[in-house]
Each structure stands twice: as C-alpha cells, then as structure tokens.
Design a protein around this ligand. Structure first.
Ligand code: C2E
Ligand code: MG
Ligand code: MG
Length: 679
C-alpha cells in the first residue's frame, strides 16, 4: 500500500468517524428542538459516515479482490447509495430552513428513494464488463464528485445569498460548504486531467485533507447556526410573551395590567386620572348569531372607533376585559368633557356594522370615574367606573353614567336584594295579580294580563320593576318565567265557562326564555299539564327581544303560532320601535305603551303617530291593545280610533285570583240579566 492509499484510508475513516458524531449531535438536537432540517442533517451526516466508511473499506480491500468481486461490489453499492442520500438530505435539510411550507412525507421519502436508486444504478452500470473500467470509474467516482461538489457549492452560495447579514453559524456553513464543493470539484478536475492522459501537480493530492477539514467546519457551522436560530427564537418568544403580558393580542391595545399600572402612575400626578369604562353588552347575542369570528370583528371595530375618539380627546384606549374596552388618561379636565367623550363613544358604536352580509348590532354601556375624586388607586377607579356603567346598563341600552357616591349604597342594596330574591323562591313569596283587558267595542272583559308581585317580608308588596332586572345575574329568569307561566295557565283554566267566550291570559316573558329553542316545546307541555286551550294563552315580549336576535325570536313565534298560542309585541313605541320588526316577525298584535296613551290628548303629533300606528297595524292584520287607559277621555279617543282592546286603571287595577273569579261571575251575571234587544 503506497503513501497515497494510506492517506486516503486515514481521510476516509477519520471523516467517517467525524460524520457519525455529527449525525448523533443532530439527532440529539432533533429530539430537543424538532424541525425537518435537523432530522435531514442527521440523515445526511449518517449517510456521509456510511459512504466514507464503505469507501475506506473498499480501498482496504482493493489489492486483495478483483473489481467485480461481490464484496467490493456490495461495498460500492452501499457507499454510493449513501453518498447520494447525503447530498439529497443536505440540500433538503438546508432548504427546510427557508421554506415557508414543510416538506411533505411523500416529498421526503420520494427524494431520498430517488437519490438511493440513482446511487445504486451508477454502481451497477458496467459492473460486470471488464472492458468498461473507464466508464465504471467515471460513474462511481467522477460523477459523485461532480454532483456532490456542485450541490455543496450551490448550497454555500444559496445560504450566503439568502442571509447576506447572517450571524457566524450561517456564514461559517456557507463558506465551509463552498470550499467543500470547490475541493470536490478540484478532485474531479484532477480525475479528468488524469483520464485525458495528463499528470496533475502531485501536491494537489494533499488537498484531499481540505475536504475533511471543511466537512468538520460544515458540521460546526450548522450546529452554531442552529444554536443561534434557537437563541433568536427564544428571544423572540420571550419578547412576544412580554408583549402579551401588557397588550391584548386581538386589538393591540393595552390590557388591564398595563392600563392599571399607567393609571396608578397618573393618579400620583397633580392632575389625577380619568377612566371611561365601556362594556359591549351584546357580544353574547353576536356570538350566537355570527360565531366567535363575528365577536372578534365586533370587538375590533368597536376598539377602533373608541381609539379614534380617544385620540381626539387626549385619552388612551385599552381592552381591560373580554367584553370591556376603556379610555383612560391623566388630567381628566372637566366632567362634562368626559361625558362628551362617552356620548361620542355611544354615537360611534351606534353606527351600523356589517360583516359577511349581516349586521352585527353593537350595544354598549359606559361608566365614568375620576381620581382622586372617586378613588385613590387604579383598581378602585376601575371598579367605580364599572359600578357607574352597570347602573347605566340597568337604565337601558346605550346609556352612560358618571360615578357618584350613592352608587356604593345602591350596589350594597342590590347585593342585599339579590340574596333576598334567592330566599324568595324558596319561601314562596311571589304571587300573580291579573289586570283585566277589555274588548274595545263592547268593553267586556276578554282577558287578563298576569303581573308578578313579590310579598317582601320587610318591604311589603313589591312591583316587578323593583326586582325583575336582578333575576338575570342570579340565573333565575327562566325559573321565574316557568313559575309565572304555570300559575297563569292554572288560573286561566279556572276562568273558562262552558258556552262562554274564552278568556285569555297574557304572560310577560323575558328575552332569555323566549330565545331558547325549546321554548315552544315547554309551552306545549305546560298547556297539556294544565289543560288550558292554546287559544287562551298570549305571550307578551318586548321589542328588544326581537331586536337582539330576530332569527331566534322568529323561530319561537312561528312554533308558538303553530301551537295556536298568540304572541304580542309589548311596550310598542318605546325603545327602538322599528317597523321592520313588525314586517319581519309574525306577531298577532301589539300593545301601545302607556306613555303614548298619556300623550295623545295633549300632543297632536303623538295623536297623529298613534293613529298611524293603528292604521299600519290593522293593514298588517295585527290587533292593537292600548295599555294604561286612565281617563274617560283617553277611553273615548281610543274607542273612536278603532283600538281593538283596552287595558288600564280607568277600568281595573290588577287583582288576585279570588277577585278575578268574582269579577267574572259578576260580569256574566250582568250579561245574562241584560235585556235582549228586540230584533
Ligand atoms: P307591562 O307588561 O307593560 O305591564 C303593564 C304595566 O302597566 C303593569 O305594571 C301595570 O300595572 C301597569 N298599568 C296598567 N294599567 C295602567 C294605568 O292605567 N296606568 C299606569 N300608570 N300603569 C298601568 P307592573 O305590574 O308594574 O309591571 C311592569 C312591567 O314588569 C310589565 O310591563 C312587564 O314588562 C314586567 N312584568 C310584570 N310581570 C311580569 C312577569 O311575570 N314576568 C316578566 N318577565 N315581566 C313581568
Ligand atoms: Mg305586558
Ligand atoms: Mg307594556
């Protein structure tokens, strides 16, 4: 064995050992960090180790076995297959770093299989033809040198071009790969010169060492590159985590922590701080109608509108909670300027918002608080603003309120009321009263409206306005509605007399119960249980129910009408009074609110509006009930206007079941003793 062969052997085996350790290192990193590039680099270096090991063994066996001996052939096949897998895995692994898409499994398997097949073919071609030793040598050695050299050089250039300002790792890899490629091409050049009969400079042989050294540097370069990448990623992730601690990812606005820390700083300043807390009250309905994507759009758009108002009034926008937005700032200025900002917010949010062809109806309430007047810390300031906001929300949609000290007392009383309400259910403190509804033509009683009353142990008989709103936060709305329905149906069952006209009972139902999909089913089983005819039951809903989710309201109305139960739109004329709802939803009738009834005789414009309402309702085939008739003059006006039914203190106040039965007995008696008109 001559010196060159010994040098070759040393290079092969040392290279193989180094490549093996590099492969193990990448496999280890793959277990730690994952990533296609790491598994591919590990495969690439393992293949290189196999290639170099098998090639070394071939050199060792060279003098002892003929070229076509199965052992040498086998070693050649192994080494060449591994050599091309090495190239393919190196190229794909490096490309995996800059590709936006991951390699698919079939792409990976396909490329590596194609590379090994190519290696196998180049080994087997001319394998058994002793006359073709030149061609065989070219395919096994020359072609590999050329392809691997070109691939390494191209990868080196590509990395340098892709990351011109790269850190040490990528630069080292690019340089090492380029030199490695050039070295292989140089060996290929030597081979070509030799084949053409020339004799290259003998020292060129020593350049083989360069290949080994650069191979080591490629490995080092890749490892350093990997560590630098991981450090960048870790820094980026910790920056993102830091950002998320103080900002809301959806809107990019400061979150509660950031807002409170800023407000706490501002409170220390002589000019103090102010906060406008906005709650988006309709997100639940939007979520049901348009999904969480709709909610995101509603929040984002509200945040933009509020931010814009903040910009003009020198306040900063924030998102302190999932359905809360806020404006805060130092030097609050006058209370009236904050009220102006609140009005602007409500006005901006009232502008229609469309998404995916449907409207996202925004509804909001705003609370205002100032420091140091109302609070001495940001947390207290926020809870005071929230207290004011909740109070505004209770007054109705799209309201704002400025914090005042009596709200504290109010909040305490509400808490007390809520615990008393819970007990009221257990202690059976509710009862129903019934207010007669009269036929507009003959003024005979045709039905009653069921009205809930609470016999409070200390405060006596309470009206619904004093407690109904408190049931919702307690989750007792549905329980109350079910109880009222059941009692009302049982009571109405007792009113019916064979041979007489049916007497209806009208029951007020909350939005929550009415929008449930199973609402009509529960009414059907209630009617079956109590034995009341469906035609004797009327459900009253207020307009905001129809407004919030017209589809759900429409579904319940249709199902109830299928059953034969009538549905009335209560308090018509208050709230948003959209004629659109009358057209869209198949109500049986509407109840004109008390406030209009009072005004018809004093305000000619109100009188004109009510006349128009009546004409419109009748043209749509709807029945009209006027509620709150208190005087004979109002009665005369509504009778002459053709109102179908009438209700009010002028006729009767609400009464208990005993009084209802008595009243019905008396009116039946009066009817039967009335002289029959002569025909
Ligand atoms: P509503 O459905 O519009 O009921 C009519 C209200 O007007 C009743 O007040 C009734 O007492 C009152 N009223 C009737 N005639 C006159 C009149 O001539 N003048 C005046 N000033 N008022 C008159 P009430 O009982 O205090 O009920 C208030 C509201 O509470 C009801 O308005 C209804 O929305 C709600 N409510 C009552 N009972 C229930 C119930 O069982 N469930 C639910 N969810 N809500 C109910
Ligand atoms: Mg009513
Ligand atoms: Mg009403």
């Amino acid at each position: 064995m001559n010196d060159w062969a010994i040098l070759d052997l040393v290079l092969y085996f040392t290279g193989s050992l180094i490549a093996l350790t590099q492969s193990i290192v990448f496999a280890h990193y793959f277990r730690l960090f994952r990533g296609d590039h790491l598994s591919l680099w590990s495969i690439s270096f393992l293949s290189l180790a196999i290639y170099l090991g098998a090639a070394g063994l071939s050199v060792l066996l060279l003098p002892h076995y003929p070229a076509a001996h199965p052992l040498r052939l086998f070693l050649s096949c192994v080494s060449l297959t591994a050599a091309y897998i090495q190239v393919a895995a190196l190229v794909m692994g490096t490309m995996a770093i800059w590709r936006t898409q991951r390699w698919t499994r079939s792409q990976l398997v396909g490329a590596l299989a194609a590379a090994s097949l190519f290696g196998l073919l180049t080994c087997l071609a001319f394998a058994f033809d002793p006359a073709a030793s030149g061609e065989r040598f070219f395919l096994r050695v020359g072609l590999r040198l050329l392809i691997t050299g070109l691939a390494a050089l191209c990868m080196g250039i590509a990395i340098a071009w892709r990351w011109p300002r790269a850190k040490v790792g990528a630069q080292l890899t690019a340089i090492a790969l380029s030199i490695y490629g050039l070295d292989l091409l140089q060996v290929f050049g030597v081979y070509v010169v030799q084949t053409m009969g020339g004799s290259p400079w003998s020292w060129l042989k020593y350049l083989g060492v360069v290949g080994l050294v650069t191979q080591i540097f490629i490995g080092y370069g890749l490892v350093i590159w990997l560590l630098e990448n991981e450090r960048d990623r870790a820094e980026h992730a910790s920056d993102a985590a830091e950002w998320l601690r103080y900002f809301d990812p959806l809107t990019g606005l400061p979150n509660r922590a950031q807002m409170l820390s800023r407000v706490n700083q501002q409170i220390q300043q002589p000019q103090g701080a102010a906060m406008l807390l906005v709650r988006l009250d309709n997100l639940g309905n939007i979520a049901v109608a348009s999904g969480m994507a709709g909610v995101d759009v509603a929040v984002l758009s509200s945040a933009e509108r509020i931010e814009e108002i903040g910009r003009t009034s020198g306040l900063v926008a924030a998102r302190p909670g999932a359905d809360h937005l806020a404006l805060y700032g130092s030097g609050p200025g006058s209370e009236s300027s904050l009220q102006r900002a609140a009005e602007q917010i409500l006005l901006a949010l009232a502008q229609p918002l469309f998404w995916n062809g449907r409207e996202l109806p925004l509804e909001a309430s705003v609370g205002i608080a100032m420091a140091p007047r109302d609070a001495d810390s940001a947390e207290t300031l926020q809870s005071r603003a929230e207290m004011a906001r909740a109070s505004a929300q209770r007054e109705g949609p799209m309201r704002y309120r400025v914090y005042a000290h009596d709200l504290d007392l109010e909040a305490k009383q509400r808490l007390e009321l809520q615990s008393e309400l819970r007990a009221a259910f257990a202690n059976d403190e509710f009862h129903l009263e019934f207010q007669p509804i009269l036929d507009g033509w003959n003024l005979e009683i045709c039905g009653f409206e069921a009205l809930i009353r609470w016999q409070h142990p200390k405060r006596g008989r309470l009206l619904p306005d004093e407690f109904i709103a408190e049931l919702e936060p307690l989750g007792l709305v549905e329980a109350l509605d079910t109880w009222v329905l059941n009692q009302a149906c049982l009571a109405a069952k007792a009113w019916q007399r064979p041979g007489s006209d049916p007497i209806t009972v009208a029951v007020n139902i909350s939005a929550y119960s009415f929008q449930r999909r199973k609402f009509a089913d529960s009414i059907r089983s209630m009617l079956e249980r109590t034995g009341l005819a469906p035609g004797c039951l009327e459900i009253e809903i207020i307009e905001s129910i129809a407004m919030g989710q017209p589809e759900r309201a429409g579904y319940s109305i249709d199902r109830l009408r299928d059953l034969g139960v009538r549905v009335m739109l209560d308090d018509f004329g208050t709230g948003f009074s959209s004629l659109k709802h009358l057209r869209q939803l198949p109500f049986d009738g509407l109840k004109i609110d008390h406030s209009f009834v009072v005004d018809v005789l004093v305000d000619s414009r109100d009188a004109a509006i009510v006349k128009a309402m009546l004409a419109l309702a009748h043209s749509l085939g709807l029945e009209v009930v006027a509620e709150g008739i208190e005087t004979a003059a109002q009665l005369a006006w509504f009778q002459s206007a053709g109102c179908d039914r009438l209700q009010g203190f002028h006729f009767h106040r609400s009464m208990d079941q005993e009084a209802v039965l008595e009243l019905l007995r008396n009116s039946a008696h009066a009817r039967s003793s009335r002289p029959i008109p002569a025909s």
